[in-house]
Ligand binder design. Structure first.
Ligand SMILES: [Zn+2]
Length: 236
């Protein structure tokens, strides 16, 4: 979205005075902040689970995670800071080919563009890139989990804050482990409309049903899902 369209859209929302619109913008802004500054640790590949953060065998019950929009001051909407956070769309090498591959997966609720977006991120001046073709298929099982969560929640996905990360880009993400499953194209960080805990609970349920084997990380505003082939659970 270019500057003019962003400004126009914001004015339209301000004019409408819609609380819902502010909420949606706030959620988007929360996601953008994750996208820009967000980081999380995760269990390293090959690490003993016992050395990981406390494992959560059951869905969390206490202390609901804050809604992504809870901590968003409304003044952000009336400052130019909002526009500064919007990244400029950056074309990606082999974008059309990867998009065609993603479309071929016939996901019910996830578009190719949603998956492509986090690959346009830049951290500390290092541009992320699309995964090499040899890793494309690796993401399919994780995408099917994200798609099923969305189906069961009957709640829209807001965005992916992270998908594949090139090793070089991954090194610029504070807190990211060196061999993150994101560098293997097996992991997704997913921002849903709140409450994020509901998405976490559905993910745990799916794993208990045998829908997938992998990692689930609960963070204040997103969940991490990967299909590493063994169970890992943590809170970030
Ligand atoms: Zn992650």
């Amino acid at each position: 979205m270019n500057l003019y369209r962003s400004t126009l859209r914001r004015r339209q929302l301000l004019k409408a005075g819609s609380v819902a619109a502010f909420g949606a913008l706030g959620s988007a802004l929360a996601g953008r902040r994750l996208f820009t500054f967000g980081s999380h640790s995760e269990t390293p590949i090959g690490a003993d689970n016992s050395a990981s953060p406390p494992l959560l065998d059951e869905p969390l019950q206490a202390h609901p995670a804050p809604c992504p929009s809870d901590d968003l001051p409304l003044q952000s909407e009336s400052s130019e800071g909002f526009l500064e956070l919007a990244p400029a769309p950056r074309p990606l090498e082999h974008e059309q080919e990867y998009s065609d591959f993603l479309a071929s997966l016939d996901l019910r609720h996830i578009s190719a563009d949603e998956v492509l977006d986090p690959h346009r991120n830049i951290s500390n001046g290092v541009e992320n890139i699309l995964p090499p073709e040899s890793l494309w298929e690796k993401l399919a099982p994780t995408l099917r989990v994200a798609d099923e969560i969305r189906e069961r929640l009957n709640m829209p996905l807001l965005r992916f804050s992270s998908a594949y990360r090139s090793p070089r880009y991954n090194r610029e993400i504070p807190g990211a482990v060196r061999n993150s499953y994101h560098t293997r194209n097996q992991a997704l960080d997913i921002v849903y409309f709140c409450p994020i805990r509901d998405a976490y609970n559905v993910a745990v349920q799916l794993r208990n049903e045998g829908f997938f084997r992998g990692g689930i990380g609960l963070y204040p505003t997103f969940i991490h899902i990967d299909t590493r082939g063994r169970t890992a659970t943590w809170r970030g």
